[in-house]
Ligand binder design. Sequence first.
Ligand code: RIB
Ligand code: CA
Length: 326
Amino acid sequence: MDKKKVILDCDPGHDDAFAIMLAVQHLDVLGITTIGGNSPLANVTRNALVVLEMIDAADKIGVYPGHSCPMVVPLVTAPNFHGESGLDGPVVEEPVHKAQKKHAVDFIVDTVMSTDDVTLIATGPLTNIASAINREPRIVERVKEICIMGGSVTFGNWTSASEFNIFVDPEAAARVFESGVHVKMTGLNLTRQCGFTPETVKRFRFIGTKTAAFAADLTDFFIGSNLRENEPALACMHDACAVAWEIEPSLIKAAPMHIDIELNGKYTRGMTVCDYRHLRGVNPAVDLERDAQMAFRGEEPNAEAALELDYNAYLELVCSTLANYQ
Ligand code: RIB
Ligand code: CA
């Protein structure tokens, strides 16, 4: 069966690096676009090239730099988690490949307008995606779907209410969720189920490939970052979950729901406000109804939110992917 055609918009980023490694092996990656987020644009673009060279894919997949800052507010980065380079930990050579001259937004629009059934996967702030929709609204009905790592059905990480990718550019996120495009949201409520541990690091090292050693170094560093940030000693490779959902949909259980992006709350700006009153098991009154959908008169769902991950199958996918690289 032909591989799913995707564009991966990302801000590498340790977990974006895992997303790239999974996507390149299992999907037809038409191009990688980069966005300022975990680190400034120049760093994340260099890091995307580093990862592609690590997996010997830099000759066939182009990297297209996008926006360096969000639509309205200044850029917030996350060196506390990803280091000054955005990919601290592994010792790597500077990439010999160069980024493409074409802007990410132009690449996204031109590719979607000329190619059927393209899926957009976004694992950073949504500025490039929103800008592409503003530039050419027809991409909304042309893209197959947009699968993002971002938001949360429960609570945040950058603030108690908001997840980093949405927090960095809430206006862009609001544009995407309101555009009418089919959004699949892989939020923190899901990605926190995928924590890699020091045992996982040992398992990666045992695989014996240079790419697996690279993945082990990334994971080791990320566990250290979480410890320094008083988070659990786990490396949740958040972005890889969004790609895994596109590779093997059975890995994730999801539910339709209406999701709004809070733009004005003093404590909640950047929150993904998820309306799941219709879901069984969260509203006893609904559970009593014959058909949960009939019990609730909320707004029509505009997204699908990931709720449950098959962690063991996900870990096997990651390990087998690493073993298939050099
Ligand atoms: O909140 C997690 C997200 O923010 C991930 O995409 C990570 O790479 C950072 O961008
Ligand atoms: Ca990311």
